[in-house]
Design a protein around this ligand. Structure first.
Ligand code: PMT
Length: 417
């Protein structure tokens, strides 16, 4: 399956004859399973029509002063947050210069400046413009800012000259973009990830559950797989379709989750516990549906094992990452959990009510904001904050952080052995 499957891609089109190839790129991105939004500069609309891209992408095209696209519900900041990747293809010398210098004088350049997505550009211009020292230094500035540069290719140009500056062919652009999501940071490592809620039965029809949708855990599993890990995903009940991981285990209760975790943990390098596991289960589950005969009903609850603590207390243990969903004293509660449960890392997320002008975060939302703490030898060692973003983007950032911390830990263990 393409790494672009399920990804949100913004295709930025600037003024250049190669813009006609972007129509095919739109189609191929959609065939690969991506959701595409097109942003055009004014110059681009002189080469190709917005209508073409609206028809191919199935969504209004964004360009300067276009009320249609804004009326479709996405303002440029939302679009910046929505994107997993922005690819500017073709990227003209003028737009490359603006992007390199952080200019934000049109919708596309503003969007690029405001987005934390993966960013790529495919230069397309006359060979003399391409060879110009300022173009070369602008491209270098962009790659220094972690932009991916695709091409250009050499060959005959629309102006009749022959040389470097042609936009890459669509198939090459597609495979280069796919490659951006394969970091290899966890190549060959075994990860066990838990996700979703657990359901604790009360009787054959009722249960005690929680608001977890599985989104955060599934996004992490997907990012870990893309980073080259062998992922076992153990999930409580979720309406989502599972990502294409090596092994997927569906469970219902905390007890089932614990059994699945313990039978998967041997040879596991990193354990990530995103699941919202029920702390209690019903002591005596009724065999038949409980009838509404009394005015009140008292349920006796028994404490479940804390699965992550069981994992962390093993003699040979993986690198253990917990999550903490908190509604108050978020950072402090998370720090305490990190040390009390003997974890290597904890990811705090604030699940209190969001303000009216921010999207909901935490449970059952596509968005989150994370505050990560990690420890060394039982002491708090570091922290990093990830601002509000889509869970898919946060998952990739988190996987990079986990991979770095895991490498440092194993290196330190080797040095002191
Ligand atoms: O699924 P989503 O809708 O995307 O929502 C994501 C999320 C909010 C559920 C997720 O980001 C999150 O915060 N998960 C942890 C929620 C939680 O239950 O935290 P906790 O503070 O109760 O537990 C702390 C840690 O111990 C967690 O890693 C939890 O998995 C683990 N735990 C808890 C109880 C238990 N019996 N066993 C455990 O292993």
């Amino acid at each position: 399956m393409s790494t672009l499957n399920g990804k949100n891609i913004v295709l930025g089109i600037t003024g250049g004859i190669a813009a006609y190839k972007s129509a095919d790129l739109t189609r191929r991105l959609i065939e690969a399973g991506a959701d595409v939004r097109v942003v055009m500069t004014t110059a681009a609309t002189e080469f190709v029509t917005a209508m073409t891209f609206q028809a191919l992408s199935g969504h209004p095209v964004f360009f300067d002063n276009n009320d249609d696209a804004e009326a479709s519900g996405m303002k440029h900041i939302e679009l910046a947050r929505w994107a997993d990747a922005i690819i500017v293809a073709p990227a003209s010398a003028n737009t490359i210069a603006k992007l390199a210098h952080g200019r934000a004088d049109n919708l596309l350049t503003t969007l690029c400046l405001a987005s934390e997505a993966v960013k790529c550009f495919a230069p397309a211009m006359n060979r003399v413009m391409w060879d110009d020292l300022s173009t070369q230094s602008n491209c270098k500035r962009l790659t220094d800012k972690n932009w991916f540069q695709f091409g250009p290719a050499s060959g005959s140009q629309a102006c009749g000259e022959i040389g470097e500056g042609r936009m890459l062919e669509v198939s090459d652009l597609l495979s280069s973009l796919e490659h951006c999501f394969k970091s290899g940071e966890l190549q060959g490592l075994n990860l066990v990830i838990t996700a979703g809620p657990t359901y604790e039965a009360i009787d054959p029809v009722r249960f005690i559950g929680n608001r977890s949708s599985g989104r955060m855990g599934y996004a992490i599993a997907d990012a870990a797989r893309e980073a080259g890990a062998n992922v076992t995903l153990i999930s409580g009940p979720s309406h989502l379709s599972p990502p294409e991981v090596k092994r997927f285990v569906a469970v219902e209760s905390a007890d089932e989750m614990q059994q699945a975790v313990m039978s998967s943990i041997k040879n596991c390098h990193i354990y990530i516990s995103t699941a919202a596991v029920s702390d209690y289960r019903v002591a005596d589950v009724a065999r038949q549906k409980i009838k509404k005969t009394e005015d009140g009903l008292t349920l006796k609850l028994t404490k479940n094992d804390d699965i992550i603590s069981v994992v962390a207390n093993q003699q040979v243990r993986p690198y253990v990452v917990g999550f903490a969903a908190e509604t108050e004293n978020v950072a402090e509660n998370a720090r305490q959990k990190l040390l009390r449960k003997k974890l290597d890392m904890i990811v705090a997320n604030d699940v209190s009510e969001s303000s009216a002008d921010e999207p909901d975060i935490g449970f059952n939302s596509d968005y989150n904001a994370l505050h990560v703490f990690w420890s060394s030898k039982g002491q708090l060692e570091g922290e990093q904050q990830f601002e509000l973003a889509r869970k898919s983007l946060l998952a990739r950032k988190l996987i990079t952080l986990i991979a770095n911390r895991y490498r440092d830990n194993t290196q330190h263990a080797k040095d002191t052995a």
